[in-house]
Design a protein around this ligand. Sequence first.
Ligand code: NAD
Length: 513
Amino acid sequence: AEKYNIAEELVHLKIQQHNPGTATGNEWFGAGERITSYSPVDGAPIASVTTTTQEEYEKVVATAAAAFKVWRTTPAPQRGEIVRQFSDKLREFKAPLGKLVSYEMGKSFQEGLGEVQEMIDICDFAVGLSRQLHGLTMHSERPGHRMYEQYHPLGIVGIISAFNFPVAVWSWNTALAWICGDVCIWKPSEKTPLTGVACQQLIAEVLKKNNLPEGISCLINGGAEVGAMMTADKRVPLISATGSTRMGKKVASVVGERLGKSLLELGGNNAIIVTPDADIKMTVIGAVFGAVGTAGQRCTSTRRLIVHEDVYDTVKDALVAAYGQLKIGNPLDQNNHVGPIIDTDAVQMYLDALEKVKAEGGNILVEGGVLEGEGYESGCYVQPAIAEAENHYEIVQHETFAPILYLMKYSGDVSNALEQQNGVAQGLSSAIMTNNLREAERFLSHEGSDCGIANVNIGTSGAEIGGAFGGEKETGGGRESGSDAWKVYMRRQTNTINYTTELPLAQGIKFDL
Ligand code: NAD
């Protein structure tokens, strides 16, 4: 246990035993009830934070609204400079923050570091973008007129994030929102509040050093009720919410009711299609990593493998053999492949899913189960499982946030595989393993994958920040991170300027006085 002690990291990150959970920047407050964060790694309580009260929330919103007036007039490249300084802080604190992510959430230390690297990458991307944020110019139909569009800051962006990417999702939103001139209020998952406190401390130091006002980066803590303070609040024009489809439907209806904007990043049910022309070795590596990486708790985790009958037995045998090699244990020990899942409720959902797939006629190829004994005291370590199943099973149609892989067969043309792949309510990530150009192009075409992410000869999980990230259907339709995802954090304005002495009307309309 000594080896994995994170006391030193907590000191570096200024996490105390009892932390206020609400902040407007450098100012912290907290009179609400406490949430204690327990590590799924060893079941130990790490530290506590207070949940945000309605009164504290009011103070946060008022401070953020005042800060917006200053921030929106700060030139975008200067806002980029703040984000650049923040990325320096992240580089400095990469190891302790990565370790806290690993310990509080349960992903491997390497993945914890990877998450902080993603934060650094999106900051770098945002810094460059801060000198762009460009609109188009168009030719006016009226003589002596100029027409163009501009993007202006929106105001307060509310960010609600999930436990599984406790810090990266915040930065995907906030780095872009800040350079766009918005101020942010973040409610992290109630399962990972401490990584939220740590991130807030880091940005608050940067803001203070630059004499910027309180309110540009705010933190609130608590569960759905605290998230709901923001979703119902007209003063928050954009809600970016990452989490389950169940949560997204609620958030979308509350935000929609007030005609606010929402950016939704919800559940996936991601599949890899394995064609007769697939490289089997690559397929197995991609599928196993996709299914068991982060213990099956990525929104892009591989849930379904749709394999052509000609290679079905080969793939099946190779998968079963690979699962036999998996080492499950403390995620801070780099020899382990699979760590714990988030909590015992999640363990119960995993067990229920295995029961359901059996009840619906599924055939268990690699038996699941909860691990017991030394090193598994938290009760959160489970055996990654594989079941042969059919796409129409109720349980296969739902996302179970745990390491369960469903193996399915197709015959004939790749369109039969596509029908199964697209035959679920979610539309986040998808992949095809093939060396056949026709199959690959078909998969990427308008009659191919219906997902927001479609990969060839790569698995479903792991995305680069340079592309727009998100999915269709019940995944919510939002896009974050790279490409032109920044546009959602701004309002678009079309401007027409007449530099003549005449007032011609559009569409040639005459209006003589
Ligand atoms: P969750 O839906 O339980 O919680 C997510 C967040 O929403 C939490 O902060 C929670 O407090 C908040 N919340 C819940 N109900 C709310 C309400 N009514 N109003 C306001 N806020 C509310 O999800 P989770 O278990 O933390 O995360 C796992 C889920 O997130 C999976 O479905 C996964 O696929 C999804 N996810 C999606 C993406 C993506 O980019 N598409 C990324 C990460 C995770």
